[in-house]
Design a protein around this ligand. Sequence first.
Ligand code: AMP
Ligand code: ZN
Length: 472
Amino acid sequence: MIKLYNTLTRKLEEFKPLVPGQVSFYSCGPTVYHHAHIGNLRAFVLADLLKRMFLANGYQVRNIMNITDVGHLTNDDDDSGEDKMEKGAARENKSVWDIAKFYTDEFLRDMKDLNNLPPTEMPKATDYIQEQIDLVKKLEELGYAYEIPGDGIYYDTSKFSNYGALTGGALTGNRAGARVGFNDAKRNPTDFALWKFSPKDTKRAMEWDSPWGVGFPGWHAECSAMSISLLGKHFDIHTGGIDLSRIHHANEIAQSEPIVGKPWVNYWVHNEFLVDKSGDKMAKSSGEFLTLSLLKEKGYDPMAFRYLLMLGHYQSQIAFSWEALDAAASGYKNIARKVAELMKEACGRFDQSQYDMRKGAILSAVNDNLGTPIALTMVQDLITASDMSPDTRIEVLKFVDDLLGLQFIDRAQKLLAEDTAPIPSEIQKLADERAAAKAEKNWAAADELRAQIETAGYIVKDEKDGYKITRK
Ligand code: AMP
Ligand code: ZN
């Protein structure tokens, strides 16, 4: 049985697919005006874990993740502020289209590095402008839209009786109605833009013709339009970070249900934040944030970061710190080392019933609302289970790799290959120089050379009649 926590009902629920044996889900993807930060990546790893869990249960999976390449505004709360894409273009002195292309490619590289399976489709918002216009037209016909002259077409949230149900919020209190710069032409504080007009006499970098004049879609329109186009009028699950539940997802529901009927989506799954040491959400708008490429530059394996995420439950906050990442990296490497040992010990004996039992237990842990912390405890236990042959344990680990995407087998194979690869000549040379410095009692130089060897990923150990170099 698969159980998921549904934000809509605030309950842990048994998952029942719309079509037996099939699951369709939509995940809010990146806004490609900047790098994804490691907090964003948590949302994309959740989508991947969900996909892997369903695949492991034999489901046919259709999942969509959008690329937001049309600029939503820096103040999403009240549809004001600068266009994020244009902001990115100005920052880097490039066209908005180049910015979108560059950061989409960067995002795809992160997805690959994190071993996230490619979603079935990754539609770009700019390829679905007509669908977004059609959505707004329908809402207008149904009486949900009104115009604010010189500003845009807005959604009247008072017309949708269930507005904010996703987070249990009523119309009031759901949004900062008293914000400075609040748009008082709106009928209700929670109303949001469906279509924004381009400012008079200004040509925007991204703008399109529409029945209401030249402009661009409101941010929320794209996810309703693309998910309905690609997954049909009803689908099983919608995912995203918890910050999206209150406004973006509430607005997606308000836009979609009048058109397709209720319920549009059966399960809403949200990940908690990755926060910094002081508990603040990592955010792109702050300008200072950590990326996966930075972690890689510092020598961390992206799998160590994925492992850190999976040590926590997706509904709990994770406080990111270098110490926490170091601990995860060494925990991850320890597992990979032990798996490498198991590979060396492989003897060709395989026990089907032990395999079924361990695999079943790990899958059940993940089926229970994506319980990765428990599954990882089971992995630790599996590796040291001396009552099982190495081969049986390795087979279970292959299943774990498919389920969690942590690439234990691959990293263990790399460790084995490194063990047998010769020590590079430049490291050998540094070690020789160090031995010579020691012979001359030049301890400072010897220490410095040792440090250089360590930085390069090797350890030099003195022995009775010389020294030995090993990999870290
Ligand atoms: P964006 O690129 O800003 O549209 O965000 C992409 C995804 O990252 C969304 O699902 C957000 O909810 C999610 N997200 C943003 N910040 C964080 C964070 N600090 N921790 C976890 N998820 C986040
Ligand atoms: Zn979305």
